[in-house]
Ligand binder design. Structure first.
Ligand SMILES: [Fe+2]
Length: 218
């Protein structure tokens, strides 16, 4: 079981999500990226993530490919929140922005979120987009969290804007998905275990199809 292998700070610390009322506009700052047409095209993007290791100079020095990182992240979230497939899928795809717009570390969450918003819905897109502000939020409110970051993640933090200003902290807390975004972020940091392969991308195919079908009729 992945939980036997991966250190999971949000379980160990007894972390629980909190609910807040939204004041942050979902999808603010939309990109001009073309949206994912269908699940097949999204799977193609994810397969390309297997070719992009986090050790590339434009990413960071983590030891797993972005696809393996996403699979580990999704598995952690599936264990923590087995009923929440949107959160799990957000964990799976949260770093696709690195493939969509290589080198744009600061905006990779936004690129990924906008790519899937039409296909998978606003909540998944918001969670993908918020995983970067969630890191900045945690660094701001929890000094121990920064010590848990990998060297690479710490280096990227500078590019991503560093700590939030007080007003930005309040805006983040006001987003209805902020608690889940923090949970995704904690899993994100834990999902960098070299040699751990929690399932395959194909195992997520039916989940992605189900989410896309749900949003196609919504
Ligand atoms: Fe990540």
């Amino acid at each position: 079981m992945i939980w036997d292998v991966i250190r999971c700070p949000f379980v160990q610390s007894g972390w629980r999500e909190e609910a807040f009322v939204s004041t942050m506009a979902p999808g603010a700052g939309a990109t001009r990226l073309s949206p994912a047409r269908d699940v097949a095209s999204l799977l193609d993007v994810l397969r390309r993530c297997s070719l992009l290791a986090d050790s590339r100079e434009d990413r960071d020095a983590d030891p797993v490919s972005i696809l393996q990182h996403g699979l580990q992240c999704a598995a952690l979230l599936a264990h923590a929140r087995p009923e929440d497939q949107e959160l799990q899928v957000a964990g799976l795809i949260h770093d696709i922005g690195h493939v969509l717009v290589p080198g744009d570390i600061r905006n990779h969450g936004r690129h990924g979120g906008e790519h899937v918003r039409r296909l998978l819905g606003g909540r998944v897109a918001d969670l993908v987009e918020l995983h970067v502000p969630a890191k900045r939020f945690l660094v701001t409110i929890d000094h121990r969290y920064k010590e848990s970051l990998s060297l690479a993640s710490c280096r990227a933090l500078v590019t991503q804007g560093g700590q939030l200003l007080p007003l930005e902290v309040e805006a983040f807390r006001a987003h209805p998905a902020h608690g889940d975004a923090v949970m995704l972020r904690r899993a994100d940091e834990a999902a960098k275990v070299e040699g751990l392969h929690p399932g395959t991308l194909e195992e997520w195919h039916s989940v992605l199809e189900a989410l896309a079908a749900r949003h196609a009729v919504a």
